[in-house]
Ligand binder design. Structure first.
Ligand code: AMP
Ligand code: MN
Ligand code: MN
Ligand code: MN
Length: 285
């Protein structure tokens, strides 16, 4: 770790491998993180732990500090909310079983998404999405998005999500994920810290957001992402204030999925504002 303050550590505590909806294998991600100057790293695949051992071993072999991670899909207030778990024991049976239940409905949802796309003239999207899937247990909207870009239906991933795959658009299928206290409970059972991921992405008003944060804290949540790939500079400031006002620690993570996709790179984020306590402050020597 460079510098004396934890804020100076280049921590990237949110990204995805091909075990969920990223494109790089866990080992390749670790190499890329090192190339990009990351000093503290976590692979946080959606609802899945299968990349943890490989990532941890690759990091250890190359002297990169690694913490176990996961990003759990939750349904709260009728919206999908993501909770990142860090410093988890990826061998924990309760976490593993909870995630297995969370993953279970993905295949059926994917078939329904494909039917819905078929109705607007986009055939064979299930087979097309599967060609992008690295882990058959984890088919996601991102795989459909890559297929629609590859076949020229849209020019980039953002356009796919704008026109398809989100509520009210063809290709979107409502899905019930884990409950908030459940997800936090699994993370804590595995010795981990629960972090509310990319709060700026949710379509909540101020009252709803604070209700979410209150419930998150009551259930044992400890931190909130402040500097992350989904937030604008204004949102760094806003969520730093919210972290301070709510007594939550702050996290930092790129949410990197694929080289060149959405212009997000591992470790390439501003440091956390001085006003917040980094979630990793007492993890590093
Ligand atoms: P799923 O878990 O199958 O619902 O897929 C969610 C994933 O889709 C997220 O983790 C992101 O990687 C991606 N995603 C969601 N919304 C957007 C968006 N507006 N633009 C780009 N990617 C998105
Ligand atoms: Mn994703
Ligand atoms: Mn997310
Ligand atoms: Mn993510």
């Amino acid at each position: 770790m460079s510098g004396s303050r934890p804020h100076d550590c280049n921590a990237d505590l949110h990204c995805h491998s091909n075990v969920s909806d990223g494109v790089l294998a866990p080992g390749a991600l670790v190499e890329r993180a090192i190339e990009q100057g990351v000093e503290l790293f976590s692979l946080t695949d959606h609802d899945e732990l299968a990349g943890q051992e490989t990532a941890a071993r690759a990091a250890q072999a190359q002297g990169l500090r690694y913490v176990g991670g996961v990003e759990v899909s939750v349904t709260w207030g009728g919206e999908t909310v993501h909770v990142v778990g860090l410093q988890i024991d990826w061998h924990n049976a309760e976490l593993d079983a909870g995630l297995a239940r969370t993953r279970a409905g993905r295949d059926q949802r994917a078939l329904e998404m494909a039917e819905s796309l078929e109705r607007v003239g986009i055939p064979d999207a299930y087979a097309g999405a599967l060609r992008h899937v690295g882990n058959p247990a984890l088919i996601s909207r991102t795989h459909f998005a890559r297929h629609l870009v590859e076949t020229g239906v849209c020019s980039d991933i953002n356009e796919v999500f704008r026109k398809y795959l989100v509520e009210g658009k063809p290709g979107y299928v409502e899905h019930r994920w884990a409950k908030l206290p459940e997800a936090i409970g699994w993370i804590r059972a595995a010795g981990g810290t629960a972090i509310l991921a990319h709060p700026g992405r949710y379509r909540f008003n101020e009252t709803e957001l604070w209700a979410l944060i209150d419930e998150f804290r009551e259930a044992g949540g400890e931190a909130i992402e402040v500097v992350c790939g989904s937030h604008s500079r204004d949102q760094y400031g806003r969520f730093a204030r919210i972290a301070r006002d709510s007594g939550l620690k702050a996290s930092r993570g790129s949410d990197f999925h694929a080289p060149g996709e959405r212009h997000i790179e591992l470790g390439r984020l501003p440091p956390l504002p001085a006003s917040v306590v980094p979630v990793w402050a007492d993890w590093v020597d």
